[in-house]
Every structure is written in structure tokens, then in C-alpha cells.
Design a binder for this molecule. Structure first.
Ligand SMILES: [Zn+2]
Length: 224
């Protein structure tokens, strides 16, 4: 990569930055203390591809957190119809995330998780069907449990364990993913980083979320 190549800040889409800066100083200054710490840590990685991978992942996660926060606010105000509409919006967004991950996984050799040959095409086909609402979660759970039983967890490195967890759980809902439901791609980026080119992760994410990429980040604080 050319050292002087500038990019537009992915958050505001207006100011030019060095890719290793992640976001521009104006966007950075709008973040709270906790978030600033997280950007500081990211910048320390000193790898422009990796910094961009996480920045784009955080951007898509923030787009998901908008309806998520609005839904919580509606529930608190007992505006249940509005809250349900927002939850449907989140579920539709989550289905897009799952389909994006299916494509990312198509670039990764998950055979490294198993001691023998395990056929994964059916699993990914089922996940795809699930994301298109053609099969129920129960059907997918059976395949998931089978795969879980085939992974020799105790002999895996921690990186491979993370890959295994991502492979089994990326299509699950909030109950299983917990805080990973909000920070979905940031966590996926961390889990998958050793197993595929970081530029490829960024490229596939941008391809699946052109609407998010072409708009500046909406700040959560100004919405509530
Ligand atoms: Zn900016």
C-alpha cells in the first residue's frame, strides 16, 4: 500500500485521513471516553489493513445499534408497537449480517478445526436458508450440535477455538450471542483475522452494506 494514500474518514465521509488514523480527529472528539480508549487501542496496532477492518466492522455495528437503542427506549416508555417494529428492523439487519458472514466463511478453510473430513456445505446452505426464513432455527441447531461434537476442542489453539465458536454461533440470536449481538462484526473481525486477508473481510463487508458505507455514522447520543 502506498504510504501517503489518504482515505475519507469512514465515519463522517468528509475529511481526509491517513488509514492508520481509523477516524478523523473531529469524529474522534465526538466519542465518549470509553470509545476513545477503544480507538486508541486500535491505532496502536499500526497495521492499516487491520485498522480499516475494525473501523468498518465498528461502523456496521453502530448502524445496528441505532434501532437497538431506539427499541430499548421505546420499551422503557411502553411504546410496544414501535418497539416491535424496531425489533423487526433489527432482525432483518441481523439476517443481512448472517448472509455476509456466509460469504466471508466461504473464503476460510474451516477444515483446520476438524481432525477428519467434515462436510460443511450443508451447514452453510442451511444457514443461508435460515437467513432467508426458509427453515427454522431448530433444524439448524441439529447440524450445529453435530459440528460441535466433531471439533476436538481440547487440542485446538485459542485462535482456532475462536474460529470454531464463530463458525457455530454467527447465525444465532441475541440470547446466545449476548453482547456479541451488538458488537457482531467487531468480534467476528477479531475471531477471523488470523484466517483470511483483512482487506478481503473489509471488501465483503462493504459489498453487503453499501447503504451503511455510503452514509455518515449516526451518533447514538443525538438520537436519544
Ligand atoms: Zn470523520
Amino acid at each position: 500500500m502506498c504510504e501517503n494514500a489518504k482515505i475519507l474518514c469512514p465515519y463522517c465521509l468528509t475529511r481526509e485521513i491517513d488509514p492508520a488514523q481509523a477516524i478523523c480527529s473531529a469524529c474522534y472528539s465526538k466519542e465518549d471516553k470509553w470509545e476513545r480508549g477503544s480507538w486508541d487501542d486500535l491505532r496502536k496496532r499500526k497495521n492499516a489493513d487491520e485498522i480499516q477492518m475494525f473501523t468498518i466492522a465498528k461502523k456496521v455495528d453502530e448502524a445496528f445499534q441505532i434501532p437497538e437503542n431506539e427499541a430499548y427506549a421505546c420499551i422503557e416508555k411502553h411504546e410496544m408497537i414501535q418497539a416491535e417494529a424496531l425489533e423487526r428492523e433489527m432482525e432483518a439487519f441481523h439476517r443481512r449480517r448472517i448472509l455476509c458472514m456466509v460469504e466471508i466463511f466461504s473464503k476460510i478453510d474451516c477444515g483446520v478445526l476438524f481432525s477428519g473430513y467434515v462436510e460443511l456445505d450443508t451447514y452453510f446452505k442451511n444457514v443461508w436458508d435460515y437467513a432467508h426464513q426458509r427453515i427454522a432455527a431448530e433444524q439448524l441447531r441439529e447440524v450445529q450440535e453435530y459440528l460441535r461434537s466433531q471439533i476436538p476442542w481440547k487440542s485446538l489453539s485459542s485462535q482456532r477455538m475462536d474460529l470454531g465458536a464463530e463458525l457455530l454461533n454467527f447465525w444465532c440470536g441475541e440470547d446466545e450471542l449476548d453482547w456479541g449481538y451488538s458488537q457482531y462484526f467487531e468480534i467476528a473481525a477479531g475471531n477471523l483475522k488470523p484466517f483470511l486477508a483483512m482487506t478481503l473481510f473489509t471488501e465483503i463487508l462493504c459489498k453487503h452494506f453499501p447503504d451503511v458505507m455510503s452514509a455518515p455514522v449516526k451518533r447514538l447520543s443525538s438520537k436519544l
